[in-house]
Design a protein around this ligand. Structure first.
Ligand SMILES: [Zn+2]
Ligand SMILES: [Zn+2]
Length: 279
C-alpha cells in the first residue's frame, strides 16, 4: 500500500555525512564547502557532519580511532564557509559502541556537538567492537544486534542510532540474520527507543535496492520489516546518506519509494531536525 510522500521529508536533512576528516573517506573532494554547495544545489535544508570519533579522554581506542579524536573532528569548524548558501549546518559525530557500556564519547565531548550518532553494529571491527566468538553464526549476530541496540539507547548519549541493526561485515546474510529476530524483540527495542526519543536512521545502505545492490542474501524486505515496526512503535527518524564521497550527497533522495511505502508521518522527521538546529 503506497502513501503520498510529503517531499519536505526528503529535502529536510541529511544527518550522516563524512568528510575528509574520516579515515575511511578517500575522496579529497568531500570537504565541507563542496558538500554544502552540493546540498544547496539539491535543495537539502540541513546537513549534519558525522565524522568518526573516539574521544581521547576515553582509554582503549583502536589504532584506527586514535587520530580521530574530538579535536580532530572539531577542526571542521574552521573549514565551514561563512556563507552556507542557506543550508543549515550541524556538526555532529558518529562515535562507537563496543558493548558492556564501552562507548567512544564522553558526556563533555557530546555537549560540544550538535548531535551524536552511535552505531551499535560495526561488527567488522573484530577484536575491538566484537570478539569473533560473539559473531560466530547468524543466531549469535542476531542476538548481539538486539542486545547492543538495547544497551546503546540507554546510555543517554545518542541523539540517533547510525544504521541501526545493520550487521556490518555480514552484509550478505542480513535476511537470514533477521529471521532470528522476532517482531516482539524488535517491538521491545523500538518501543524503548521511542520512549527515550532516540532517533532511528534510515539510510541507503539499509535498503540495498536503492543503490541497485540487492543480493541473494540481502533484500529490501528485511529493513522494510524492521522500519515498519519502528514506525508502528512511534519512533523518531532521521535520514542519512552515510556519504563518504561528494557524489553520495543526495543519496537520501534514493529513499523516496521506500519512504512512500513506509508512510512515516512527517512530524516524526521534522521535530528532529528542528530540535538540534542552532539557527
Ligand atoms: Zn557506521
Ligand atoms: Zn558513517
Amino acid at each position: 500500500m503506497g502513501h503520498t510522500l510529503d517531499p519536505k521529508i526528503l529535502y529536510d536533512h541529511d544527518l550522516h555525512i563524512h568528510t575528509t576528516l574520516s579515515e575511511c573517506c578517500k575522496d579529497s573532494e568531500a570537504t565541507p564547502s563542496k558538500i554544502i554547495k552540493r546540498a544547496a544545489a539539491l535543495g537539502i535544508g540541513t546537513v549534519g557532519f558525522a565524522n568518526h570519533v573516539w574521544d581521547a579522554s576515553i582509554p582503549g581506542a583502536s589504532q584506527w580511532y586514535v587520530p580521530q579524536n574530538l579535536d580532530h573532528i572539531l577542526s571542521i569548524r574552521s573549514q565551514i564557509p561563512e556563507d552556507t548558501q542557506g543550508v543549515n549546518v550541524l556538526v555532529g559525530c558518529e562515535s562507537e559502541y563496543c558493548g558492556q557500556g564501552r562507548v567512544g564519547i564522553s558526556r563533555e565531548a557530546a555537549e560540544q556537538l550538535d548531535f551524536v550518532l552511535l552505531p551499535m553494529s560495526h561488527f567488522h571491527m573484530t577484536g575491538f567492537v566484537v570478539e569473533k566468538w560473539q559473531v560466530a553464526n547468524e543466531k549469535a549476530v542476531a542476538d548481539l544486534l538486539v542486545q547492543r541496540f538495547l544497551e546503546v539507547i540507554e546510555l543517554g548519549l545518542a541523539t540517533g542510532i547510525a544504521h541501526p541493526f545493520s550487521p556490518l561485515g555480514f552484509k550478505d546474510s542480513v535476511d537470514a540474520i533477521f529471521l532470528h529476530i522476532s517482531d516482539g524483540a524488535f517491538e521491545d527495542c523500538f518501543g524503548r527507543a521511542a520512549e527515550l526519543g532516540v532517533s532511528i536512521e534510515i539510510q541507503p545502505n539499509m535498503l540495498p535496492g536503492s543503490l541497485g545492490r540487492e543480493t541473494e542474501g540481502f533484500h529490501d524486505a528485511s529493513f522494510l520489516r524492521v522500519l515498519s515496526i519502528a514506525r508502528d512503535m512511534g519512533c523518531q527518524f532521521h535520514l542519512g546518506s552515510d556519504a563518504h564521497k561528494l557524489s553520495e550527497i543526495g543519496n537520501t533522495m534514493k529513499l523516496k519509494p521506500y519512504l512512500e511505502q513506509l508512510g512515516i508521518p512527517k512530524e516524526r522527521f521534522r521535530s528532529f531536525a528542528k530540535l538540534h538546529s542552532r539557527v
